[in-house]
Design a protein around this ligand. Structure first.
Ligand code: SF4
Ligand code: SF4
Length: 234
């Protein structure tokens, strides 16, 4: 059923139940996100796509549209809230973009630019999380993980459907883990998929390194905003 909602004062039409973040993108309104992948089930973990819906702040990937909904994406308070959420993700890990293999194709970095982040207002935590080099094709730079759960939910063993990645422990002790036996069975294209799906430089494909020259990397060719507005599925 077709419904009408208002986004930043503009009336748009959508199908009832569509995800708000998709409806916004289809109508030229960019909402940053780091866990949501269009076409896949919503994870709702990063909250970076928060907007005001009627009088409440909600993660727009989790909101199915209904008739008469009033949405504010670009009002100053929620814009700053999204920026603060991105800043928090940076201070919760260790991010040194100039030396990172994912630089130029990292969604966290690209979204940082989109929300105009220059420096975090929060103190850096400098977590110590050990790198994992054990599996044949992948290493984990654990201190870059933002716990979005994309790898946990969307990368599974082709035969058994079992999860290959998991998150161990909670809070400040949480860490991303890999099932080495299953990971070693991953075909090369699945290793590449996992590495590309990770919105940061945590899942690193061994042997790939800095394979794209500066200036020709993913988000240097087309910004994360443009890709989202085109309905990119990652
Ligand atoms: S993962 Fe992204 S944000 Fe973190 S250091 Fe690498 S490029 Fe920078
Ligand atoms: S490893 Fe990457 S994809 Fe997996 S939870 Fe961490 S940030 Fe997300």
């Amino acid at each position: 059923m077709s419904v009408r909602i208002t986004i930043d004062g503009k009336v748009v039409e959508a199908q009832e139940g569509e995800a708000l973040i998709d409806v916004a993108a289809d109508n030229g309104v960019y909402i940053p996100s780091l866990c949501y992948v269009r076409g896949k089930p919503c994870l709702g973990t990063c909250r970076v796509c928060s907007v005001r819906v009627n009088d409440s702040v909600m993660a727009s990937c989790t909101v199915p549209v209904t008739d008469g909904m009033e949405v504010k994406v670009n009002e100053p308070e929620v814009t700053d809230m999204r920026k603060a959420l991105v800043e928090l993700l940076f201070v919760e890990g260790n991010h040194n973009c100039p030396s990172c293999e994912k630089s130029g194709r990292c969604e966290l970095q690209a979204v940082g630019y989109e929300v105009d982040m220059m420096v975090s207002r929060f103190p850096y935590r400098f977590p110590v999380r050990k790198r994992d080099h054990v599996s044949k094709h992948i290493f984990l730079e654990r201190d870059r993980c933002i716990f979005c759960q994309r790898c946990v939910e969307f990368i599974r063993d082709k035969e058994s459907g079992q999860k290959i990645f998991s998150i161990d422990d909670r809070g400040t002790k949480a860490s991303i883990e890999i099932d080495v036996e299953l990971a070693d069975k991953m075909p090369p294209e699945q290793v590449r998929e996992a590495s590309d799906l990770c919105p940061v430089g945590c899942i690193i494909e061994k042997g790939r390194g800095y394979d794209e020259p500066i200036g020709q990397r993913k988000f240097e060719i087309q910004s994360v905003r443009e890709r989202a507005l085109m309905g990119d599925e990652k």
